[in-house]
Design a binder for this molecule. Structure first.
Ligand code: MSP
Length: 645
């Protein structure tokens, strides 16, 4: 079967999109792009849920008609997604006449089969959830999601005979371990199903609510919003007619967060059973994005707007952060500092540098063409094998929605490739004509590694991957089976280095402007007591106290670039262990691309100074011999920031 159909929840239009909505939608978009990479025939659907009390109240608060309100907020959801490079195939609105007709058609069908009946019900109703809750679901008498006490209400209503399908559902979940994933949510549902299932109230009297789909068999009632909303997954396919329904429904999978597990894992499969349809294939359930340990939500007012993040970081960086930082199924905390850190470290330093260093070397040492590789050494083969193994792990992880693991595997190869540059030293090979073969092999190995990394990034960071593919001359080559093999780049083909992939972002004002605290500036009492007796100046010597004032540290160079209009200066970004900029007069002795990854010794507490308009926070130590300048180094790797004494 080649079809793949994935949906997000359809979001309530009682407030604007926030990062929580964006997460589910980015996940679905990334998975759909990944499935396309596998050659699948993919359909990706999202939309908005527009009926019910909540929406009526939100419109009243905004002092506009309900129709005007839902049109406005639904349009905001629709407009938010392209900014995050999210491209759904269908956007369903539950106020679309076509959707409403499908809901009525299904209600009539289920009613005619005898699975909908009229009765009275008294229960605890949470307005926020738009559903009755059981006593067991409350925490300290309150709805755990909305932190409000539910109301006890009694009403005559229509009910869906959900209890009739309880045994079938338990059996189906038990026999299909991947029906609800991750496993913790499957267990949660099975444990809930140990208690007798109540029938589901699926109507609301028009005396209380008119903003809903009228029941086709009793106009005094409108449809309960969940019975209406879940059906979007069918109406968006043109159910019951239409080719799309037959083609995609057998391959349906849904992405949701744990807040709406019960409607999706219990109401929805039993509704489908009552309609005589096959259940969906899989339900993928994720956790919450929290802000300071509390769920990010419109009702709690602690939301982050995706548009603001995109404006600051770019769509791909936001997508990367969301997919890398959350372990699918568990909660994750959002912080602006964490986003800056991921952007600067994973994207600008690791990926961005690898890409620009490699392409700059291909430009300088191979006239911007794919070089002819010679016989690979063990070192080259190791990198090639690690890259191919990464592709296998990447697939295994993405097949299970383990985005963070898939990305960790890709970044492991990025880091290996950066180290490969440091150990193979292509700039040294380029100095010796008899090493031309070796240079070709090293550069070819780097380009192939980059091509395969690019392939894995298409679903995650589509714009970046497209730029990388363009530069490598492989635009449009994105079928994982065909392209996921070693050695497809053709020697002689042009390589076109483009602009920097990710601009470095400055950290928060206070962090970026303060050099690290110079703890050693204070003279230790003990050193004073043991001061030598001879006046040191007379000998050209410094006292131990004076030496102690200098803060020497190990710094790792994570980025290096030329300073425009200066022959002498390079701008270095170093980790020591905090990130800082140091301007060094070494441009005539070192190429920027050969510096990244090196460890040097710096004076960390030198008063900051501006050189060619760039603020320098420290000085790199180097030895001078005649015209030669050689950077300081350590005989083995040391944690950046370690004191040198
Ligand atoms: N309209 C219903 C869904 C009907 S689907 C047939 C609804 N809408 S909602 O606007 O409240 O969206 C809930 C969904 O938004 C969650 O299931 C999740 O996909 C996403 N999220 C909302 N807040 C979130 C977080 N704080 N964290 C992660 N996802 C969040 O429920």
């Amino acid at each position: 079967m080649n079809a793949y159909y994935l949906t997000t929840p359809i979001f309530y239009v009682n407030a604007q999109p926030h990062l929580g909505h964006a997460y589910s939608t980015v996940v679905a978009d990334a998975v759909c792009r990944y499935q396309r990479l596998l050659g699948k025939d993919v359909r990706f659907q999202t939309g908005t849920d527009e009926h019910g009390d909540k929406i009526v109240h939100a419109a009243a608060d905004a002092e506009v008609s309900v129709k005007e309100y839902v049109d406005k907020i639904s349009a905001m959801f629709k407009a938010a997604w392209p900014g995050l490079a999210i491209v759904p195939d269908t956007f369903v609105r539950t106020t679309d006449p076509a959707h409403m007709a499908v809901v009525q058609d299904i209600l009539q069908q289920v009613y005619d089969r005898g699975d909908i009946y009229f009765s009275e019900y008294t229960g605890l109703y949470c307005k926020g959830c738009e559903q009755f809750l059981t006593e067991k679901e409350l925490v300290n008498g309150k709805c755990p999601d909305h932190l409000t006490e539910p109301e006890r209400i009694s009403e005559q209503n229509y009910f869906f005979r959900m209890s009739k399908y309880q045994e079938w559902l338990i059996d189906h979940i038990s026999k299909n371990p991947e029906f609800i994933t991750p496993e913790r949510y499957r267990n949660e549902v099975l444990s809930f199903l140990k208690e007798p299932l109540e029938d589901l109230c699926i109507s609301r009297p028009t005396t209380r609510l008119t903003w809903g789909i009228p029941l086709p068999f009793d106009s005094r009632f409108v449809t309960y919003v969940w019975f209406d909303a879940l059906i979007n997954y069918l109406s968006g396919l043109g159910y019951p007619a239409g080719e799309n329904f037959a083609r995609y429904w057998p391959a349906a999978e849904h992405v949701i967060a744990k807040d709406i597990l019960k409607p999706h894992a219990i109401y929805w499969p039993t509704m489908l059973k009552a309609m005589g349809l096959e259940p969906y294939k899989k339900l993928h359930v994720h956790g919450y994005w929290n802000m300071n340990e509390t769920k990010m939500s419109k009702s709690l007012g602690n939301v982050v707007r995706p548009g603001e993040l995109v404006a600051e970081f770019g769509a791909d960086s936001v997508r990367y952060f969301l997919l890398r930082e959350m372990s699918f199924g568990l909660d994750a905390g959002f912080s602006h500092e964490a986003m800056v850190a991921r952007h600067n470290s994973d994207l600008t330093n690791d990926l961005g540098n690898l890409f620009s260093r490699s392409l700059t070397m291909v430009k300088n040492f191979a006239a911007s063409t794919v070089p002819q590789p010679g016989t690979p050494s063990d070192q080259d083969q190791e990198l090639a094998e690690a890259t191919l193994a990464m592709l296998t792990h990447y697939r295994e992880h993405l097949d299970h929605f383990a985005f963070h693991r898939a990305l960790a595997a890709v970044w492991e190869v990025i880091s290996r490739a950066n180290k490969y540059i440091v150990t193979t030293q292509p700039w040294e090979l380029a100095k010796e004509p008899q090493q031309a073969d070796r240079l070709g092999t090293v550069l070819y190995t780097l380009l192939e590694t980059l091509r395969l990394i690019t392939l894995t990034l298409h679903p995650i960071m589509p714009e970046t991957a497209a730029k990388m593919a363009e530069a490598l001359g492989v635009a449009g080559e994105n079928n994982l089976a065909d392209c996921g093999v070693w050695g497809r780049l053709v020697p002689g083909a042009p390589i076109t280095p483009g602009p920097q992939l990710f601009p470095r972002l400055q950290r928060e004002e206070k962090e970026k402007s303060q050099p690290p605290k110079a703890k050693a500036m204070k003279e230790p009492a003990v050193a004073k007591a043991s001061a030598p007796e001879i006046a040191p100046e007379a000998e050209g010597l410094v006292t131990f106290d004076a030496f102690q004032k200098l803060e020497l540290r190990v710094a790792e160079i994570i980025a290096a670039e030329k300073i425009p209009k200066s022959d002498r200066l390079l701008k270095l970004t170093v980790k020591a262990p905090e990130e800082r900029t140091i301007v060094a007069g070494i441009a005539q002795h070192y190429q920027p691309e050969e510096l990244v990854g090196r460890q040097v010794i710096i004076v960390a507490n030198l008063k900051p100074a501006k050189l060619m308009g760039v603020a320098s926070h420290g000085m790199v130590l180097a030895a001078k011999e005649g015209d030669q300048l050689v950077l300081s180094a350590l005989s083995g790797p040391v944690a950046p920031g370690s004191r040198v004494a």
